[in-house]
Design a protein around this ligand. Structure first.
Ligand SMILES: O=C1C[C@@](O)(C(=O)O)C[C@@H](O)[C@@H]1O
Length: 260
């Protein structure tokens, strides 16, 4: 499969300032300012095996395969190759940020190393950067971009904490920064979180989890969040996710009202 790596662009048109500027032609950047992408996330091997590619293509711009949710036999099938028109983002999530199987850094790197030829983008937690240096070096050698992620299942981080995590991601050579956090009632935090996206010269994706996940995901997309996750099949990969098809439709319905 010869898919191009996926390059991320900041939500405002300042990509020249970012790490991305190194040798990358803007024309190769599929993310355009205020044009958020929808990520269809597979929560089960069954969906990966059975969903019709046309249905998946209609629901999202790229797919996420959660390697930590698949058995060794299921991974060997490489069923993600059925979706040859879509870029694939691979994730092997650490347990402390919601991953399955309590995989240590070595095991997660081994899973990711197996699929590099099929990958357009890799997810590495900001917290895993220090222990996954070997993989990060390998990705740089393959010119394969990666997104640095951050998860908080208890509440919304302070902007200063998000800023520090984003700068750690940028410093380590990530192509973007993504944070998912529990949002129970704090809708009043949406404007400042939105401004965190709008004011960034580095690609940022934010998403709430829990009761206000749906409203937050549409709102953050309006602010220019670059990756917006929904599930494919019947099993969400985070609490409160929309299905990818619903999310895409909702984002499309508000796309004439971008916030910047
Ligand atoms: O990091 C993320 C985002 C996510 O947690 C969400 O909130 O939609 C879903 C995960 O599968 C993915 O790896």
């Amino acid at each position: 499969m010869a898919l191009q790596p996926l390059y991320l662009q900041p939500s405002i048109d300042t990509w020249q300032c970012s790490e991305l500027a190194r040798g990358v032609e803007p024309s190769r950047l599929p993310l355009r300012p205020h044009h958020p992408l929808v990520v269809g996330s597979f929560g089960t091997a069954d969906a990966l095996e059975k969903l019709a590619p046309e249905r998946v293509e209609a629901a999202c711009d790229l797919i996420e395969v959660r390697l930590d949710l698949l058995s060794a036999d299921e991974r060997r099938l490489r069923n993600w190759q059925r979706f040859e028109k879509l870029p694939v983002l691979f994730t092997a999530r650490r347990a402390s940020e919601g991953g399955s199987g309590d995989l240590d850094a070595r095991a997660r790197m081994a899973l990711l190393n197996e699929i590099l030829d099929d990958a357009a983008l890799i997810d590495i937690e900001v917290a895993s950067i220090p222990e996954m240096g070997a993989l990060i070096t390998e990705l740089a050698a393959h010119e394969l971009p990666w997104i640095a992620s951050f998860h908080d299942f208890h509440g919304i981080p302070e902007i200063a904490q998000l800023h520090a995590a984003k700068e750690a991601a940028r410093h380590a050579g990530a192509a973007g920064f993504k944070a998912a956090f529990a949002m129970d009632w704090q809708l009043d935090r949406l404007p400042s979180l939105g401004q965190f996206i709008v004011g960034s010269d580095f690609p940022v994706a934010l998403m709430g989890m829990g009761p206000f996940a749906p409203i937050s995901r549409v709102t953050f997309a309006q602010f220019g969040s670059v990756l917006n996750y929904g599930y494919l099949g019947d099993t969400p990969t985070a609490p409160g996710q929309w299905s990818a098809a619903q999310l895409r439709q909702a984002i499309q319905s508000v796309q004439s009202y971008p916030v910047s």
